[in-house]
Design a protein around this ligand. Structure first.
Ligand code: GLN
Length: 497
């Protein structure tokens, strides 16, 4: 049983397909693991035991009938609680949606079900995906399986922690400014933000629509690729969905090589705020890429320094508009509906009680930035910076095939440390935000543990839009080289819970 939960998704699927394991057996093992550790980790907001077992039984029956199984059939997955799931609660980590049962599946949920992936339940997250530590969840923080007193990253801390704690071999996250990649870095897992528009946003609760992107999370690069192939693709229900073939990410992950590849290192991502051990592991990763035959090119991307400032105008502006739909009249929490209050008062009372402090801060910031008289000075300037950042990437990708950097400037910090300091929290996403602003594809893979605290460090790889396959080609090569040298940080040196 203990070994079963440590298998990769690819191995699990192969064993189910060959009949060595049943999907029910695999699902039960993960449900038992959740039962035994999740009280401590708090990765899950909702476990759908019955739904998961029903899905698993359907896979086993399919196999018995001799029907062909998809590449991830019967593999359990932890779904971020931002995707709607028909008949299963979806809270976005917020009290405002407590008790809401969506009547429909997000496109991503539907695709997972069609691929016979077993959805174990919904994972914890910062409220409305706003945060870098999962401390902004209305349902309590998630612990980092490497050290439960530390944050697992955010906003998708629940999904990353579920992987690191062996509660699921696959997970789904969303990344607006780093919420897939930064938690991956904090937990020694793999997280991918696909090209903007590559994975449908239909049924994914909106935070900042021009930045939000769902993507795969796993413990290995190949597993992430297999999941990527399941969830990506054009969707008529999402007007920003890319109508182009999905790059061959699985083929690239299987190939995994960097010989002759030009790899850019951004000189601005270094210096103040970057932890020594993080930079040490990053520099070793660059050396390793060189040894594997990559050509290293130093790049300057001066606009990246303004990325966090631009992001904290654009994301709050879009969120102030997106969150206006939570008016207590249609769904979710309703406060003061006792006949003594007007509809406007019910809306105000419900939003007052239903939203947490970070969400309120952002709605206020965004409303201010968009108000007449300030629009050009704030929102308009931020959009110009966004263009400059996209140009820095374009110029860089004339010289290199991919860009690498640390995923986050530090390792996982203690729960509570940055809770009262929003700006310190915002800086966690220094290295990840530029790819969201430009719409590029980006990945984080584990690159060892920082010597000073023994905590995971992430290596970020960024590729041009629609070149997601490059991430997997490079990621798999680096992963294999690291494994040959140190062993996989999670598969071998699992955090003890
Ligand atoms: N930490 C960033 C924020 O708070 C990014 C969040 C995300 O990617 N969803 O907005």
């Amino acid at each position: 049983m203990a070994d079963l939960i440590k298998l990769t998704a690819a191995e699990t699927a192969a064993k189910i397909a060959s009949g060595e394991l049943t999907a029910v057996e695999v699902t039960e093992a993960h449900l038992a693991r959740i039962e035994s550790v999740d009280e401590k980790v708090n990765a899950f907001l909702h476990v759908d035991r019955e739904g998961a077992l029903a899905q698993a039984r359907a896979v086993d029956e399919k196999r018995e009938r001799g029907e062909e199984l998809g590449p991830l059939a019967g593999v359990p997955l932890a779904l971020k609680d931002i995707f709607t799931t028909e008949g299963v609660p979806t809270t976005v980590g917020s009290k405002i949606l407590e008790g809401w049962i969506p009547p429909y599946d997000a496109t991503l949920t539907k695709k997972l079900k069609e691929a016979d992936v077993v959805i174990l339940g919904k994972t914890n997250m910062d409220e409305f995906a706003m945060g870098s530590s999962t401390e902004n969840s209305a349902y309590g923080p998630t612990g980092n399986p490497w050290d439960l007193t530390r944050i697992p990253g955010g906003s998708g801390g629940g999904s990353a922690a579920a992987l690191a704690a062996y509660e699921a071999p696959l997970a789904i996250g969303t990344d607006t400014g780093g919420s897939i990649r930064q938690p991956a870095a904090m937990t020694a897992t793999v997280g991918v933000k696909p090209t903007y528009g590559a994975v449908s946003r239909y049924g994914m609760v909106a935070f900042s629509s021009s930045l939000d992107q769902g993507g795969p999370c796993a413990r290995t690069v190949l597993d992430a690729a297999l999941l990527h192939a399941v969830i990506a693709g054009h969707d008529e229900l999402d007007s920003t969905s890319v109508d182009q073939p999905v790059p061959d990410v699985v083929g690239a992950a299987r190939e995994g090589q960097v010989r002759g590849l030009r790899v850019g290192v951004v000189k601005e991502f270094r210096g103040e705020g970057f932890q020594d051990g993080v930079m040490q592991r990053f520099d070793e990763s660059v050396e390793l890429l060189r040894e594997q035959g990559a050509e290293i090119v130093e790049l300057s991307c001066p606009s990246f320094e303004k990325a966090v400032s631009a992001y904290y105008l654009i994301a709050p502006s879009e969120c102030s508009s997106n969150l206006a739909r939570f008016d207590a009249l249609r769904y979710g929490l309703r406060v003061g509906d006792d006949g003594t209050h007007s509809a406007e008062e019910v809306t105000a009372l419900s939003r007052e009680e239903g939203f947490g402090p970070e969400v309120k801060r952002r709605v206020m910031l965004g409303t201010y930035a968009l108000s007449s008289g300030y629009y050009d000075a704030y929102y308009g300037s931020a959009q110009k910076v966004r263009t400059l950042i996209a140009r820095d990437f374009e110029k860089s990708f004339e010289q290199v095939d991919v860009i690498v950097s640390p995923t986050a400037p530090t390792t996982a910090f203690p729960i509570g440390e940055r809770a009262d300091d929003p700006v310190a929290m915002y800086l966690s996403d220094l290295c990840t935000i530029p790819a969201n602003l430009a719409g590029n594809a980006a990945m984080s893979i584990p690159c060892g543990l920082a010597p000073e605290d023994g905590l995971p460090v992430g290596l970020q790889i960024v590729a041009p839009a629609m070149a997601d396959d490059r991430l997997y080609r490079v990621g798999a090569a680096v992963e294999a080289a690291f494994e040959a040298r140190w062993g996989h940080p999670l598969l071998e040196e699992a955090p003890s819970l």
